[in-house]
Design a protein around this ligand. Structure first.
Ligand SMILES: NC(=O)c1ccc[n+]([C@@H]2O[C@H](COP(=O)([O-])OP(=O)(O)OC[C@H]3O[C@@H](n4cnc5c(N)ncnc54)[C@H](O)[C@@H]3O)[C@@H](O)[C@H]2O)c1
Length: 416
């Protein structure tokens, strides 16, 4: 791994540190940096995934057990966990005022597009949660650490599929003989993506009026089960595979193992940018170590390779055969409303210019996913029916759909 030891003492706060990306990032930064890392999370992803009767396929430990396992594996005690809801301005303020971090990583979001499309209640939950966590972090940073670096996770999905190359940063436009630089258009394709677009505009505004120093990461779809620091089961990160919470490559492997099928949405020509969990953590580490200038808002497109979903299915099918698994393609109605055939080109020069190189080939990471899924095959079999899509973009306009109804404790805006 190129993210070598950096001998500086400082502190980093990670909001959303219990999550799929947050936990590996926390242990990687903790293990390779001398920083004190403050992990903040309200553990809502654990509850929300259970609210659709699913669960992480790879079992995960409580935060207390995770921290003990990290201490044992690394001999370090530089991680501190605080259970707090980032929708609550006072909770966020307390953390930022106390630790005065140099970097704040913001991953604390409801991050499933299908979950945001279930019904009106889920739309409200997603947008209120995501916009509130982002604004609370922005305001606390402006008050207590105005020169600190906000490393915020957006999504490549904010851009949609615009039909031209997606610029990294502003777009130069010319109209009636005059030229201007404008934010690249964002036409996200779910209520979740819309919430991320609001966040992007809110951070850009905070940059304009308070000179907030920020990196806004437009991240592609992440796949994989591990990074080097995950050396045993107690350090595992969550792995979601159902049709609501899983991402495409992770879902395909589970479908292949459980059903000997690969569910292709529509024609399978939807094209996106992908990166492995290793690379997601490495990219965030590089951006953490290389903040933008004071007062700058840097937009980074964080992807590695571009594939359509059929190409990915072919890869998973071929690697499945190495494990004795023969999976057929099953074409299903695309539950999403999206262009199925389109141009997809992305400018991504900032991370390579900072030294980013892919850590593992996609095929090797898919092999690791197969191993993890096969090890947990029995657990997966109990949740088999969750792989078929159940949330359809056009029809999910109900006020509430009984089987997905959220427990009151989850919709309640007050933090516990
Ligand atoms: N996984 C991907 O493929 C992917 C792709 C693009 C962007 N992203 C973005 O990356 C970030 C992390 O995603 P992830 O896949 O690790 O998701 P995740 O759901 O596993 O992690 C998010 C974490 O934030 C926490 N959280 C949410 N709301 C909170 C709140 N109000 N207060 C405190 N904690 C809260 C959750 O409990 C969870 O642990 C998100 O912003 C997501 O939108 C993810």
């Amino acid at each position: 791994m190129y993210s070598s030891w950096v001998n500086v003492m400082g502190s980093t706060v990670i909001f959303g540190a219990d999550g799929y990306i947050g936990w590996p990032l926390a242990i990687h930064l903790g293990n390779t940096r001398n920083d004190k890392i403050i992990l903040v999370d309200n553990l809502c992803t654990r509850r929300l995934v259970k609210s659709v009767k699913s669960d992480t396929l790879v079992p995960i430990k409580s935060m207390k057990e995770r921290l003990a396992a990290y201490g044992k594996a690394t001999g370090r005690n530089n991680l501190t966990f605080i259970e707090a809801d980032a929708r609550d301005p006072k909770s966020v303020d307390k953390v930022i005022a106390k630790y005065k971090p140099e970097t704040v990583v913001h991953l604390a979001q409801q991050r499933s597009a299908p979950f945001s499309m279930v019904d009106q209640e889920h739309v409200l939950y997603t947008e209120l949660n995501n916009i509130a966590t982002n604004l609370n972090i922005v305001f606390s940073m402006v008050r207590h650490v105005p020169d600190a670096h906000l490393l915020k996770m957006g999504s490549m999905g904010e851009y949609g599929t615009p039909g031209i190359e997606i610029a990294e940063g502003d777009l130069e436009v010319e109209r009636k003989g005059k030229k201007a630089k404008v934010m690249f258009p964002r036409t996200g394709q779910s209520w979740y993506h819309l919430s991320k677009i609001f966040d992007t505009y809110n951070v850009a505004f905070a940059n304009r009026i308070y000179d907030m120093r920020a990196t806004d990461v437009m991240q592609g779809v992440v796949y994989g089960t591990r990074i080097d620091e995950i050396t045993n089961g107690a350090l595992a990160t969550r792995f979601d595979f159902d049709s609501i919470w899983g991402t495409v490559i992770n879902k395909y492997v589970v479908q292949a193992v459980l059903l000997n099928k690969l569910l292709i949405y529509g024609k399978g020509k939807q094209t996106r940018g992908f990166l492995s969990l290793y690379d997601s953590v490495n990219c965030l580490t590089l951006l953490h170590d290389n903040p933008p200038e004071n007062g700058a808002n840097r937009v980074v497109n964080q992807i590695d390779e571009i594939f359509d979903t059929l190409q990915l299915a072919e890869k998973v099918q071929a690697i499945g055969r190495e494990f004795g698994i023969e999976a057929e393609f099953e074409y299903v109605e695309n539950p999403r409303v999206e262009r199925e055939e389109h141009v997809y080109e992305v400018e991504h020069r900032i991370l390579p210019s900072l030294g980013f190189r892919r850590e593992k080939k996609i095929e090797d990471v898919i092999r690791e996913i197969f191993q993890a899924v096969i090890e947990n095959r029995k657990r997966a079999a109990t949740m088999k029916k969750l792989v078929y899509p159940t949330v359809y973009w056009r029809t999910a306009t109900q006020l509430s759909v009984k089987e997905f109804s959220l427990p009151k404790s989850i919709v309640n805006m007050k933090s516990k």
